[in-house]
Design a binder for this molecule. Structure first.
Ligand code: AMP
Length: 215
């Protein structure tokens, strides 16, 4: 399977991607995660990206495209991949199509996880992530047993810098203006299906799997 997960920030793409990795064994390519890793490592790319991320704006296409191409060329992507948070605008989607055609690994599908706009704010402001293992929680909907600590590994939970209220508003605006139109892009190609991103994580996951398995 070579798929793109679409959906607004906070729709739960990352959570679904992590479950897809477990079930199907293919890697998740999250441009947000790759950028955050570059920021933590203090690379030149990370420094450039951080100024955009802190404002909730998109990092320039040239930066992101190079990063994705490098990742797609790694051996583990031969068995398939899940793109999460990429593409984010039409220019990226077009560049991705060209890149994948050249690598002979074009997309087999796109799944959009749809969540009502009103719910996204609470999902994003409540989001907490484990520093050690990446497990995600939400203080409103799926709180850890002990405040601030991961249930799985006891690692420290943190709130992403860009999950603060002002930045979230901007990220949602950017999503509506630049990323939402991608639904039309993939509809034209006839490869996109939508899933309601409300309900339990497992319910959403079974709907995503049913689509991917063509059921
Ligand atoms: P995410 O974790 O996917 O919500 O991404 C966090 C931030 O990283 C976004 O608000 C952007 O600043 C940046 N980012 C992630 N993916 C992309 C992308 N494909 N294109 C441009 N910027 C991105």
């Amino acid at each position: 399977m070579r798929i793109v997960l679409l959906g607004a920030p906070g729709a739960g793409k990352g959570t679904q991607a992590k479950k897809l990795i477990e079930k199907y064994g293919m890697p998740q390519i999250s441009t947000g995660d790759l950028l955050r890793a570059a920021v933590s490592a203090g690379t030149a790319l990370g420094k450039e990206a951080k100024s955009y991320m802190d404002k909730g704006e998109l990092v320039p296409d040239s930066v992101v495209l190079g990063m994705v191409e490098e990742r797609l060329k790694q051996d583990d992507c031969k068995k398939g991949y899940i793109l999460d948070g990429f593409p984010r605008n039409t220019a990226q989607a077009e560049a991705l199509d060209k890149m994948l055609a050249a690598l002979n690994m074009s997309l087999t599908g796109a799944v959009s996880v749809d969540v009502p706009f009103e719910d996204l704010m609470k999902r994003l402001t409540g989001r907490r992530t484990c520093k050690a293992c990446g497990q995600m929680y939400n203080i409103y909907f799926s709180a850890p047993k002990k405040e601030g600590a991961c249930d799985k590994c006891s690692g420290e939970l943190y709130q992403r810098d860009d999950d603060k209220e002002a930045t979230i508003k901007k990220r949602l605006e950017v999503y509506t203006a630049q990323t939402e139109p991608l639904m039309g892009y993939y509809k034209n190609k006839g490869i996109v299906n939508s899933v309601a991103g409300t309900g339990s994580i497992d319910e959403i996951f079974s709907k995503v799997c049913a689509i991917l398995e063509g059921k």
